[in-house]
Each structure stands twice: as structure tokens, then as C-alpha cells.
Design a protein around this ligand. Structure first.
Ligand code: CNA
Length: 364
């Protein structure tokens, strides 16, 4: 097919639906970012007011990205662990878009779902594991940043939820989830799956600013005749420059709902999403209730605890508190040291003459 041949009849949702339903579209590759999960209550990084970076900027960090930098983490793991406790998987309900991904898999159309997200909501929504490539890692495993010894899953969960900083049992080094920090290399699974993009009959990019490399570069690997669709709040990357590109600006959940309506999949989509519904327990055992902060999402095979959506402000508030606690701790530790020094000095000075004014001056 020539490079400029039109695959979609028009640059709109009905033409996209028609193409997806045709036998020309068998392999769909997805590229996901934080915008897919904002409707679940997990803030993204770069949205101007609600994003984590805009809110972290208020904190006393050298710069917001420092939370995800290995050198900063070595010096001060508290901001990361506070964030980790808030974002820990199992607290959030998948979005309609996550159920749409599952629906693509159910229809045998999903080839690969590349995600930058670390929230594992694709898995919780029931997307098959072998279709998901977590390009920036996830909370699923963890190891020591010094000796690289793996750390026990249950112990890690306990430590994170207790807001404690896990340390390696072998060398005492800091333990970090296998989330890719800035400057770290991407998982082998990602590298191996890169050629999958060239096999796509359709590439859909959703909820990402396409600013983090090498992930963003995947979009350039789609074949010339492969339609590339961007579903995002704003125009990003190079999508829109090729004749077969389609840019659908808007919220992911709204755009995929419209697409499913065109495909006649709306009921299936909503049925799948209903399976992720929050069921809260009433004070009377066994009865269901609405409006509690904590509850359970009933997936097909499992139950997970769900938390009410967080905002970037909530998260930053929690981090500020944690840093405040840390500073107080440091202060009281150094005070204790100071007291010890003073006691030792007094002991040493016993029986010797002392200049009271300089002693008082030292305390002011
Ligand atoms: P980003 O740079 O914050 O960009 C998010 C993009 O999504 C922006 O272009 C927004 O306009 C757009 N967006 C936000 N909400 C919606 C919505 N409802 N519908 C459509 N578009 C929306 O995030 P990226 O994912 O591009 O950056 C990559 C980072 C973010 C990765 O390293 C992730 O680990 C990291 N991250 C992940 C999560 C998560 O796991 N949920 C949360 C925050 C950050």
C-alpha cells in the first residue's frame, strides 16, 4: 500500500469504528499514559493544575521529578514512600477505558498494551497479563538498590502501608519497587516487545504527554499504512502529521464510550466496567452500603480494596506531612545528640569554673 493511501474513510469516530469492525483490523497496539487513570482518582504528572508535578512544586524538593530520581531517593526516600503508600495498587477502581482495553482483548483484537502506568489497573480490569507490557515497571516486585537482593512481597506491602521505609535484610540498603526511575534502564520485556508496534493494523495512543523516551518513540514505529489514533486532552507528539493519523481530543472515557457506541459494544463495555464496581460494606455485616471511604471492587476473579479518589493536593499534603514528621524526627535526634554532648560537657566541667554568660549565649 502506498504511504499516502487512506485507510480510514474519514477522520472521525464512525470511520474508525468501521475500520475496527472490518477484517483488515486484526492487531491493535495500545500506548497508555497516566491520563487513562486520572478518572480513577490517580493524578497524572503534567496536567497544569491537577498534576502531581504542579503540586509537588510547592514542596521543598529541589525539583518535582526528584521524587522519582534514584540519587534523590538514596538521600531521602520519604517523599517517594509517602507517594507509594497513597498510590499503592489495590486502592483504585479501573476506569471505563481500562474496561475498553479488556473488551478489545475479549474480541481477539488486542495485540499488545504498552503502558507507562505503574498502577496495574489494566490487570485489575482483567486485561490478560500476556498482553500487557509495563514499560516503566510496577509495584509487583522489589529489590535492594545496593545489593539487588529481591525483597519479600508481603513484607513490602506491610511496610508501604505502614508508611515505613523498607531496608534490605542482607546489606541494610534501601529497597525500591521495580518501578523505573529517571536514569534507569527499561525492563527487558519492553525492549523485546518493541517490534510488536510494526505488526499493528491500528495504533491507539491514550492519555500520555508522549514526553518520556524511549516510550514516546514507539509511535514512530507504526507502519506507514497503520492508522495512528491519539485520544488525549491535548495534541501531543507527532500524531496528526501522517495521512492516516486521527486525533480525538477529549477525555479517554468519553471518547472510548462513543467509539463503543458506534461499534455496538456499549452494553458489553458497561457490563465489563460494572464488574469493577465499588461495593462497600455497611456497619451491619453482609449488607452493602454506599459512601464509605474504603470498600471492595469485585473483579471476576478477585476482590480488591478500593479508596476514594485522591487528588494531587491530597497526595502532596500527605507528602508534606511526612517530610514534616521526618524533619521533626531529625531535629529531635539531633537534639538528643546535643543534649548528650551538653551532659558530657557538664560532666567534664564539674568542679571547674564556667563563664555563665557564654553558656547562656550558646542557648539563645
Ligand atoms: P503525563 O506527562 O502526566 O501526561 C498525561 C497526559 O494525559 C497529558 O497530556 C494530559 O493532558 C492527558 N490527560 C489527563 N487526563 C486525561 C483524560 N481523562 N483523558 C485524556 N487525556 C488525559 O503522563 P505520562 O503518562 O505521559 O508520563 C509518563 C510517566 C507518568 C510514567 O513514567 C508513569 O509512570 C507516570 N505516572 C503514572 C501514573 C499511574 O500509574 N497512574 C500516575 C502519574 C504518573
Amino acid at each position: 500500500m502506498s504511504k499516502n493511501a487512506k485507510v480510514l474513510k474519514k477522520q472521525d469516530i464512525p470511520s474508525l469504528a468501521e475500520y475496527i469492525a472490518s477484517d483488515k483490523c486484526k492487531n491493535i497496539v495500545l500506548m497508555l499514559g497516566a491520563g487513562v487513570s486520572t478518572a480513577a482518582g490517580i493524578p497524572d504528572f503534567r496536567s497544569p493544575e491537577t498534576g502531581l508535578y504542579a503540586n509537588l512544586a510547592r514542596l521543598n524538593l529541589p525539583y518535582p521529578e526528584a521524587v522519582f530520581e534514584i540519587n534523590f531517593f538514596r538521600k531521602n526516600p520519604v517523599p517517594f514512600y509517602t507517594l507509594a503508600q497513597e498510590l499503592y495498587p489495590g486502592k483504585f477502581r479501573p476506569t471505563i477505558t481500562h474496561s475498553f482495553i479488556r473488551l478489545l482483548a475479549k474480541h481477539g483484537l488486542l495485540h499488545t498494551c504498552f503502558t507507562q502506568n505503574i498502577d496495574v489497573l489494566e490487570r485489575i480490569a482483567g486485561v490478560p497479563d500476556d498482553k500487557i507490557i509495563e514499560a516503566h515497571g510496577s509495584f509487583a516486585s522489589q529489590r535492594c538498590i545496593d545489593c539487588h537482593k529481591p525483597f519479600d512481597d508481603d513484607e513490602m506491602k506491610r511496610k508501604i502501608l505502614a508508611k515505613e521505609t523498607p531496608k534490605c535484610g542482607k546489606c541494610g540498603g534501601l529497597v525500591k519497587p521495580d518501578i523505573v526511575f529517571f536514569g534507569e534502564s527499561l525492563p527487558d520485556e519492553f525492549i523485546k516487545a518493541i517490534p510488536n508496534v510494526a505488526k499493528a493494523d491500528l495504533l491507539i495512543v491514550m492519555g500520555t504527554s508522549l514526553t518520556v523516551q524511549p516510550f514516546a518513540g514507539l509511535a514512530e514505529r507504526a507502519g506507514a499504512s497503520c492508522p495512528r489514533v491519539l485520544i488525549n486532552l491535548d495534541r501531543v507528539g507527532s500524531i496528526g502529521r501522517r495521512p492516516n493519523d486521527l486525533v480525538l481530543l477529549g477525555k479517554c472515557d468519553e471518547v472510548v464510550s462513543k467509539l463503543c457506541r458506534e461499534l455496538g459494544w456499549e452494553k458489553e463495555l458497561m457490563d465489563l466496567w460494572a464488574k469493577t464496581e465499588i461495593k462497600t460494606k455497611s456497619p451491619v455485616e453482609g449488607e452493602e452500603d454506599e459512601g464509605e471511604d474504603e470498600g471492595e471492587v469485585k473483579g471476576e476473579d478477585e476482590e480488591v480494596k478500593v479508596k476514594e479518589p485522591a487528588t494531587a493536593e491530597d497526595l502532596v499534603g500527605a507528602i508534606t506531612d511526612a517530610i514534616g514528621r521526618q524533619l521533626k524526627l531529625d531535629e529531635s535526634e539531633s537534639k538528643t545528640d546535643q543534649d548528650k554532648d551538653e551532659a558530657a560537657e557538664e560532666e567534664a566541667a564539674k568542679g571547674t569554673e564556667k563563664d555563665e554568660s557564654s553558656k547562656a549565649g550558646g542557648k539563645l
